[in-house]
Design a protein around this ligand. Structure first.
Ligand code: SF4
Length: 450
């Protein structure tokens, strides 16, 4: 069993921590309520989802052309576009800018793409100070914890825990109110921003028609970072490109409604390149990140995962996430979409256990604003794992035995103690070590009916 799977097994034991379970279910429950009421923003929410589904699929079908269009326009606007084959490529490109310009500090926003290329670890290794500009991530950095949720990174922390972290790290008085804590963190972020010369962000969308980068946020810290630095580097997956500004009128409100329940995110910015009059951003660089995405495009079923607009709704409703939390996944891609994407981006064999992190309840598909049929994708991953014979051999043996029992009348009617013994042997050797098996019925249904 690989180290990753062993780590997953130990980390996911948090599912049996009652306090963690209650906190996570309460917080995700709040999101569900806000999200449900946001449906009232639409006369026909289902029609809007259908439109978004078609738009995203059309973009994926024309990806090659749209990317070239985006590159051409963005360069015409004075920006730079670089193509990164993988995470290492992207990191090297960033380092090129940081190193050449004798940079003493880098600011970053909350972005899954930046997490995907592991920029924090990289810059730490290079001894370049990195400043988090989102309030939640600032707190997590102080606690030395990774993000717990793509939209609400500190979803796992209570107000008191945050106060404890800020007290320990910055001596902020215990018993501070939420407002005091937010004001304190904002002040710290503003201070740190004065020490950064480069800002790194992801992108919500890339606009092929105007060569623009769409940035959405609720705190306004991305805008502040752009205003206080001279170089802006944007890392965006190839899948982020859409054809036009018109598409935004559908996709932006849907992203916001499914991410936070709000009609629109508070701050929406479109950047089309560096400042033209010499006042403001001197360099704007977009790194288009492949990192396995072109391979995903080859599989018709799996391709649909690239429609994701990273609203995080599927994560908040997933019963598996609500139990094992965000850290157990061990990747920036978590919840249902992570269950699909991580094995495909990082390796099917290494992440084969992700295919089991789904009860196929379908809640994720129900809420997804771009109608990604998540169960189909997870089943496709399972199919590939079975076909390549890289799954957990013990688990496969368990399933085979169960099928064998269900097919044999003699085995179904064998004594209760024998069934119990057999299943206990098998189940204990497989993934489930913390649960007890339900009692076997003394007689099978067939025996009862005779
Ligand atoms: S898969 Fe759908 S619900 Fe999940 S994050 Fe992506 S767009 Fe949102």
């Amino acid at each position: 069993m690989s180290d990753r799977i062993l780590k997953f097994k130990s980390d996911s034991l948090i599912a049996f921590n009652e306090e963690h379970w209650q906190k996570l279910n309460y917080n995700t429950g709040c999101f569900e309520k806000r999200f449900s009421s946001s449906k009232n923003n639409y006369r026909d929410a289902e029609l809007e989802r259908q439109r978004a589904y078609l738009l995203r699929n059309k973009s994926l079908m024309n990806l090659e052309k749209l990317l070239v269009d985006f590159e051409t326009r963005f360069k015409e606007n004075g920006g730079t576009v670089l193509w990164a084959r993988d995470a290492e490529d992207a990191r090297d490109m960033i380092w090129d800018y940081v190193n050449k310009r004798d940079v003493h500090g880098v600011a970053r926003s909350n972005s899954t793409a930046l997490d995907e290329i592991e920029i924090n670890d990289f810059l730490e290794l290079k001894r370049v100070p990195l400043y988090e500009t989102s309030i939640a991530r600032f707190i997590l950095k102080a606690a030395d914890q990774p993000s717990y949720h793509p939209v609400f990174p500190s979803l796992n922390l209570s107000k008191e825990e945050i106060n404890g972290i800020l007290n320990e790290r910055y001596k902020l008085k215990l018993g501070s109110t939420s407002k005091q804590m937010v004001n304190f963190v904002r002040h710290q972020i503003n201070q740190e921003l004065t020490r950064a010369q480069v800002c790194l962000t992801g992108a919500s969308f890339l606009l092929a028609d105007v060569g623009g980068v769409v940035l959405t946020e609720n705190e306004g810290n991305i805008v502040k970072s752009c205003a206080s630095t001279k170089t802006h580097i944007i890392v965006a997956g190839l899948d982020k490109v859409i054809s036009s500004m018109e598409d935004l009128s559908i996709l932006l409100p849907l992203t916001s409604a499914h991410a936070t329940g709000k009609e629109m995110t508070s701050v929406n910015t479109i950047i089309t390149g560096p400042a033209k009059n010499g006042e403001g951003m001197e360099q704007t660089v977009v790194i288009l990140l492949d990192n396995g995405r072109t391979e995903l495009l080859e599989n018709e079923i799996i391709r649909q995962s690239l429609s994701c607009i990273q609203c995080g709704a599927c994560v908040s409703v997933c019963p598996i996430y609500k139990n094992i939390g965000g850290l157990s996944y061990g990747t920036p891609y978590i919840g249902p979409i992570g269950t699909v994407m991580a094995p495909l981006l990082y390796g099917l064999k290494e992440f084969q256990h992700f295919a089991s992190l789904c009860s196929l309840c379908g809640r994720c598909t129900e809420v997804c604003p771009v109608k990604i049929p998540m169960e189909d994708l997870i089943i496709e991953n399972r199919r590939m794992i079975a076909e390549k014979r890289i799954g957990d051999a013990k688990f496969e043996a368990l399933v085979k035995t169960m099928i064998g029992h269900c097919k044999s009348r003699k085995k179904m009617d064998c004594p209760q103690w024998l069934k119990k013994l057999e299943y206990k042997q098998l189940v204990n050797k497989s993934a489930f070590t913390k649960r007890t098996l339900p009692e076997m019925a003394p007689k099978s249904f067939n025996q009862l009916s005779q």
